[in-house]
Design a protein around this ligand. Structure first.
Ligand SMILES: [Zn+2]
Length: 634
């Protein structure tokens, strides 16, 4: 009788089957096998939010049932996080009710021969707390998605089937992007000037004005800048520019920590231009196993993680590799150990190569181009963590002329250390040469260089920047960042413009609608708190029911208020008026949406049925529930 191992995907199944060999059969579940029904809420509000889970993959389940019936042992080897745990539990529930004793749960963070064999030798129990946390998350998302979306559709399209939808965590991300856009819109640039002086006798260098009478200089117009110039020129001919202070010191730079999901997505986005979802897809391929000449091999550890921990074995192997590959001077003397914010026991690991000895170049032919690029990035980042610091020699000088203090610095790389494998943004003063000077030395003023600047507003979020902010604010988790960023674009709330995210008109209006009727769904603190409570369910500190009840009480009140408001005839509680007058009757027209399109309709609808096109790409301004677009519509 065979031993059966069940995993999520065919690729993962192939890799593991090769490692286990004779007597084992590894089968894929093709992801979740149970879920809430798509065509109804599927949650019993009156009965403790009991979910109606239905089998979504009948055929797969039938095949697995047949295989399991004849098996002597069944190992549930789905991913080591709350989604994976829920899949394992669903399989256990759905497949076989007679002989549950033969089921075991196995977890691991990497797919290698040794790790898989060790895990199979010590099967454990399903972690029901994690399953509960997954259920709570699924139910929360369903309650918000299925109960708010029809109201949104009714409001903006007068039809509950208009296809508009509001997601729980996506809504907060949308709000962040809308707030940023309004901030940019309202920003008033301030003029300011900087002043640099070219100084020297022989060797010339440039120093920047940093203080006037011991205060930070505030020069806000050309007239003021010219006044400073005149004074400096006068000082140059009387007392002169004198070297007041000289300094030379070694500056050290340490490598960044190994990748976790959020940093992998950020760096892959900025360095490789991969969208987060693409990064995760490629990472999953590397994790589940790639067909190499030596056979199918898992190349990196599990890609959904917020842990910085590195197994002692992996660390030891990396240190040996660095010593042999780059020489002992490149190995950091004392091993760097990374710790997590949460001190709790941590079974997860950072994202790293399963075998650091497998150099990227050795895999270049066998990996697809983007798989290779991502593997290389992960390998480099991990390798840097046990390499020596980079060292710079930094030379600084302060020069005084009366009340004016100037400063200059330049640095030179002494030893590259980890920079050999992991590049960093160059230092601002790197490569600048400060000539040999002496304290008290008098310098010749060669030129004054005033320069005009304007303060700039915050930048729009990039995908990488949005993930960074979500993580900092405690919104989303390693399993959800990529989905959030993709969903807000797929639903047409946000568009990517030269790499940065900008709300669409639909995005603005949706965020405003949610703010008006469901303020909590767009509150950052509230959403972060809820994510924290889901974590607490996994840790056994809270129950699913407590968390759902805590959420649903206030939410239900909001829901009822919104429904009553929106049903009232006559004056509608939420409408977005434009500066375009109805061609028939002259009253302002309002914004409407219908299945992916948008237009302006007379606000006297249904008495006046006049409409005006609102083509995509028309420039517009959006203020609170007000669209300014008139001059751009022919
Ligand atoms: Zn009209």
């Amino acid at each position: 009788m065979a031993k059966i191992v069940i995993v999520e995907s065919p690729a993962k199944a192939r890799t593991i089957e090769r490692y286990l060999g004779e007597g084992f059969k590894v089968l894929p579940s093709m992801g979740h096998v149970r879920d809430l029904p798509a065509d109804e809420l599927g949650v019993e509000l009156e009965r403790d939010f009991e979910p109606h889970l239905i089998v979504t993959k009948q055929k797969v389940v039938r095949q697995l049932k047949a295989a399991v019936r004849a098996a002597e042992q069944v190992y549930l080897a789905t991913d080591n996080d709350r989604e994976g745990e829920a899949i394992a539990y669903d399989l256990y529930e759905v497949l076989d009710h007679k002989s549950r004793a033969k089921y075991g749960r196995v977890v691991f963070n990497e797919i290698t021969r040794e790790v898989i064999r060790r895990a199979i030798a010590q099967p454990g129990e399903i972690d029901l707390q994690k399953v509960e946390a997954q259920r709570a998350r699924r139910i929360l998302d369903r309650l918000v998605g299925y109960q708010v979306s029809p109201l949104l559709s009714v409001t903006l399209a007068s039809n509950r089937f208009a296809g508009l939808s509001a997601g729980r965590v996506q809504s907060v991300a949308l709000r962040l992007i809308c707030d940023r856009e309004l901030e940019i819109d309202r920003f008033v640039p301030q003029e300011y000037w900087t002043i640099e002086a070219q100084l020297g006798n022989g060797a010339v260098f440039q120093a920047r004005l940093v203080k006037i009478k011991d205060e930070k200089p505030e020069i806000s117009s050309q007239a003021e800048a010219e006044l400073v110039r005149t004074e400096l020129e006068a000082l140059a001919s009387s007392g002169g520019f004198i070297v007041e202070k000289l300094g030379e010191q070694e500056v050290k730079q340490s490598p960044p920590p190994p990748f976790i999901t959020s940093t992998l997505q950020q760096v892959a986005s900025s360095r490789l231009r991969f969208a987060p979802r693409r990064t995760m897809k490629l990472a999953q391929q590397l994790y589940e196993g790639i067909a190499l000449a030596e056979g199918q091999e898992g190349l990196i550890t599990y890609m959904r993680t917020d842990s910085l921990r590195v197994s002692p074995e992996a660390q030891k192997r990396l240190r040996a590799l660095i010593k042999s590959e780059y020489g002992p001077e490149y190995l950091v003397a004392k091993a760097r150990v990374y710790r997590n914010k949460k001190a709790a026991q941590d079974a997860h690991e950072a994202i790293r190569p399963t075998a650091p000895e497998r150099l990227p170049l050795q895999l270049q032919v066998e990996l697809q181009r983007d798989q290779y690029k991502l593997y290389q990035l992960i390998w480099q980042r991990f390798s840097a963590t046990q390499m020596a610091q980079a060292r710079y020699l930094k030379r600084e000088v302060q020069v005084r002329a009366g009340d004016y203090l100037f400063e200059a610095s330049g640095s030179r790389l002494l030893f590259d250390g980890f920079l050999k494998v992991w590049s960093m943004k160059p230092r601002a003063d790197e490569g600048i040469e400060i000539p040999e000077l002496e304290q008290g030395q008098r310098l010749k003023l060669i030129n004054i260089l005033p320069e005009q600047h304007f303060t700039e507003p915050s930048k729009r979020f990039s995908e990488a920047g949005l993930i960074k902010t979500l993580e900092q604010k405690g919104i989303g988790r390693p399993s959800t960042y990529a989905g959030i960023v993709a969903t807000i674009q797929e639903r047409g709330y946000v568009e990517k413009l030269k790499g940065s995210l900008r709300p669409t008109l639909l995005g603005f209006i949706t965020a405003d609608f949610l703010k008006a009727f469901f303020p909590q769904t767009v509150q950052i603190d509230f959403t972060a708190q809820l994510e924290e409570e889901l974590d607490q369910i996994s840790e056994g500190q809270r129950t699913r029911l407590e968390v759902l009840q805590g959420f649903y009480g206030p939410f239900q009140q909001r829901l009822e208020t919104a429904e009553q408001n929106l049903k009232r005839s006559g004056d509608r509680p939420f409408r977005v008026l434009s500066d375009v007058a109805c061609p028939e009757c002259g009253v302002p027209m309002e914004v409407r949406f219908w299945k992916g399109s948008r237009f302006l309709g007379c606000s006297r609808y249904p008495e006046c049925k006049s409409t005006v096109d609102l083509p995509q790409g028309v420039p517009f301004h959006y203020l609170e529930r007000q669209l300014i677009v008139g001059e751009h519509l022919a």
